[in-house]
Design a protein around this ligand. Sequence first.
Ligand code: ZN
Length: 505
Amino acid sequence: MTDAAQATRILIRGGRVYDHDGDVHQPALADILVDGERIERIGPNLPAGDAQVIDAAGKLVVPGFINAHYHSHDVMAKGLFEEMPFDIWTLHSNPANYGPRALEEVRLRTLIGAAEMLRNGITTVQDFLTLVPQDEAMVDTVLSAYEEAGIRVVFAVAARDRAALDIAPFIPKELPEAVRKRIAGSDRKAADELGFIAAQIKRRGLRPTPRQTWALAPSAPQRCSQELLEGIAELSRRHGLPVFTHVYETRIQAAAARQQPSAPSLLDVLARAGLMNERINIVHGVWLTPRDIAQIAEAKARVVHNPISNLKLKSGVAPIAELHRAGVDIALGCDNYSCAETQNIFIAMRMLCLLPAVTDPEPHLVNAAYALKAATLGGARAVGLGGQIGALKTGTLADLTILDLNEPTFVPFNSAARQVVFSETGRAVETVLVGGRPVVRGGKLTTVDEAALAEAVQAIAPEFRADAEKLAGRNADLTDHLLNANREAWKVPLEFERYVGRGAK
Ligand SMILES: [Zn+2]
């Protein structure tokens, strides 16, 4: 599709238009007039004029969903792992352990991830990408693949200069030096990490394309030096960029932080570097204390909740209801393929609502309408596009998803919010627009030949699988040590628990 074609006017006629502030169960019928990349008007019986008409009768129009946490580096590892606690999974999935990947593989993996997201109504993704090798050709390949798919991307190159696994403090001292060395990895230089990221932002500009912006992604406070974190804070200030960082994803990270000589909390580490502000997104936050939660609320920072990876990697359940009660803004992520297997925000919304009940039987306010806000408005604020995406309003970017209400999940149609969150799987996604451009029609991508893409990905999959098998072979003698170290770390007493019933033992 040419740029001229993208600029055409589109009238989405006769759908139920979801309004976060309106009737979330029976949204009113309305037309949406899209001019170029933005919504020009929403109202009844708008004249079509020269606009292309999309018939939305019997359909529900919702704001495009925002996947606020994702790593495209391990799309090819989909379905390869299970029953691995976080630190063992890390050893098997870390891109650094796979060596450099071919640009064509990078292009294909980016496309297949984007394709699944678009088919599931996700119009914006925050890609927190570890590049191996960290070079310009990789950046350009990823950005051009996203542009080819037509999804909006808030792109970040992951930064870290301390290589050791989070579990390193719990590795028994008597382990042979060679084994310890492989677990520790090798450090990198803060200046190199910062220099590469700053150079890419300068080279491609703050908006590489109208659908692309940047974020910053220090891997985790314990994996970065103070120098690196301060450099990230400076880049964030200078360019107004959102920051994403993994914090207290696992119990081991919480236990390890308490073993440091001065025992600063990881949030204090971020605060010292100048990062605890409204631009930061605390990714996971499973093992946050009440003090941490208050600190996040005070800073007007956000939490990006990734329920599926937290459960699949045995990390525990994030304190969702407590965060909500404290007024902390929550966004949702589907996380990466090697630990969550699917990019489906319907599942993430459902889990957001359901998980608080594992520890608290009281009715709570994390309901379906709230989950829809987290997956749209919360995500928009997280990626630095608040007010631009996340709600269907005059003047906002035309990022939207049209669901077919004749699919069994919506029959009978009793509540838009509840059936989107508790019933829908992605099958009802019929049309998707990103920046006014139809990228899914009739449940199929318009931008990419899906059959050809599938064939190309299947063709390169055996090579990746062979590399993963080789890596598993190299890791085989480490996994028992790591599982034992996990068991040691799980014994370290904390003042709270995020595993159901464990605290009661
Ligand atoms: Zn992550």
